[in-house]
Each structure stands twice: as structure tokens, then as C-alpha cells.
Design a protein. Structure first.
Length: 196
């Protein structure tokens, strides 16, 4: 009989996201309620926002013992913020999701099921982006070049919302790599993958 795996860490890099944090938290709580066997922790990592984001995080953490807030000493960027969260998380798997609500937290239920089926990496692949024309164009070119030059495994629309197994978390935090993208590094680890 295998060890039951049900603790999920949600890692949220935060940078000037004061306005969306309460809604994101509420939506994640609803996902948790819809999956009663799941034990959830939420790790907000404030990448030195100056808009009061950390005050909101502290307020949420004061109401919910499942919430941990980390504030970085300066702006290091999303990669370091995510690694800081992964280093502190205690879950059997970890989910990385942006704080800006570009990716629907409700997809997490489907990702969780795919992980329970044995996939070590579950990517929420974007079909379209809700950003301006230039951002969409640059994103398309970036992912096309990534596929051509680095790995064909990168989905065409890329991904920022991902669930990774504890084994993948341990590899990422042990590598100490700083000159890459986190999503590229996740693909590089070579663990079994699924997409939603």
C-alpha cells in the first residue's frame, strides 16, 4: 500500500498584485472545498512590491493558518520568488500560479487529478492570451524560438501555471541554477508530463 499523497502547496509569486490577492485566495479556497481529500497550503512570495501587497498577504495569513507569506528583501524576479516558495513549501506536490488571475485557479482541480494519476508535471497550456497585441506577438516569438533552440517539449502557447510533484520540487531546489527560466528547467528535468 502506497503512502497517501494529498498535501498541496500553492506557490504564488507576487509583484504589485494588491488588487487581485483576496479574489485569488477566495477562488483557491473554493477549489480546496471542492476537493475535500486535499490538504492545501498557500505560499505567497512578495517580490518586493511597494503597493501594499504584503499587507494584504499578512491579513490573509492572520485569518488562515494554511497561508504563509514571504517577503523578499529586494526585487529578484519571478524565478527567484518561485524558488523561494518551493524551498519553503511542504506539499507532496506544488502548484505555481501567477497572482494576476490570468490563469483560472479552477483549472487546478483537473491538474490535481492528473497528478494523482501518476504524472509528475501537469501544465496548464494557454490557448490564447488576454494581453495587448505586442505582448502576444512577443510571447509567440519567444516560445517559437524556445521550441527551436532549446526544447521541442515547450507547448506552443507556453505555460505559467504548473503542478509539479515533490520529486520535481526537490530536483529544482537542489540544482541552484539561476540563468534559465523556471518553466524551461521544469521541462529539462524530464519527468512524466500531462497537459490541461
Amino acid at each position: 500500500m502506497g503512502i497517501k499523497k494529498d498535501k498541496v502547496s500553492i506557490i504564488i509569486p507576487v509583484y504589485y498584485n494588491k488588487e487581485s490577492l483576496e479574489e485569488l485566495y477566495a477562488r483557491l479556497c473554493r477549489v480546496s472545498e471542492a476537493n475535500p481529500s486535499m490538504k492545501m497550503e498557500i505560499v505567497f512570495v512578495d517580490d518586493y512590491s511597494r503597493d501594499g501587497s504584503f499587507d494584504v498577504i499578512r491579513s490573509i495569513a492572520s485569518r488562515d493558518s494554511r497561508v504563509l507569506g514571504i517577503k523578499l528583501s529586494r526585487n529578484y524576479g519571478s524565478f527567484v520568488a518561485c524558488l523561494a516558495g518551493l524551498t519553503r513549501c511542504a506539499g507532496d506536490c506544488a502548484v505555481i500560479i501567477s497572482a494576476d488571475l490570468q490563469d483560472p485557479p479552477e483549472l487546478f482541480s483537473e491538474m490535481y487529478k492528473k497528478w494523482q494519476e501518476g504524472n509528475k508535471v501537469v501544465m496548464a497550456v494557454r490557448n490564447r492570451r488576454q494581453e495587448g497585441f505586442l505582448k502576444v506577438l512577443f510571447a509567440r516569438v519567444y516560445y517559437m524560438m524556445f521550441r527551436l533552440l532549446i526544447t521541442k517539449d515547450m507547448p506552443k502557447g507556453g505555460f505559467d501555471f504548473v503542478l509539479i510533484d515533490r520529486q520535481v520540487v526537490d530536483v529544482l531546489t537542489a540544482i541552484q541554477e539561476k540563468n534559465t527560466t523556471l518553466m524551461g528547467l521544469i521541462l529539462w528535468t524530464g519527468f512524466s508530463r500531462a497537459e490541461v
